[in-house]
Design a binder for this molecule. Sequence first.
Ligand code: ZN
Length: 276
Amino acid sequence: MGECVFCNEKAGLFRKEHKECRQLFESGKRKIASMVEKSLNDHQWLKDNESQLKEIAIQNFIDKKTLTKVIINGWENAVDMAFEDGILTEEEEVGLVNISSQFSLSQFDLDENGYYTKIVKGAILRDILEGKVPDRININGNLPFNFQKSEKMIWLFRNVDYFEQKTKRTYVGGSQGFSVRIAKGLYYRVGSFKGERVDTQETAFVDTGMLGVTNKHIYFAGENKSFRVRHDKIVSFNSYSDGIGIQKDGVSAKPQMFVTGDGWFVYNLLSNVSNL
Ligand SMILES: [Zn+2]
């Protein structure tokens, strides 16, 4: 006879849980997560109801480890809610920090799905939109960038794939069917030169490296290629789900693409930072 993993009572042959216990467990998790989520704009409420939250956990067979996971899950939903209207406000940021300190959640746990980083990114974008130069990151180790005076690092993307758009010239429609064999060679008649020149754009991988964003430039440093671009030299941006494309000033400038893994952030960052 198997025992129920939730209530430890007999569960029946080849069974390891009661259906009712499983349902209690699942609904308890939902209740707790939504309590946390709801407290984004009213943290006091969650403080006042902490004992109720713990009671729900006990009643619904939620162990300590699971409880922490569920709270983090609710907290992540709150982060999503905070970003729903676009920008993370200062109040929302404070609310999220309050929840995490109430339950002593570690930065490591909060960032398991990248949500802690998302808050930092949100705060950086808010700073920039308010005209402030963000000062929110600490970078370990030396950077391969040669900064100018009074230049401040705002964000560093690591493992960025850098691509350049290259024009590939091909000819189509130029059939060789019009050639005639004369002596030992081939002679192409005028008719065979009707082929059209077609320029196709090809996106070519160039290098992988770090992409640094300062208040003045973007820097790229890879193993084979390193360069910097002044923000005001960029005339247009292309947004991609996982990165950004830039077009520099000048007729010969080729489109450049950076895959940072986060199109939303890099686009908002680069398109606004030049206003600082
Ligand atoms: Zn049970």
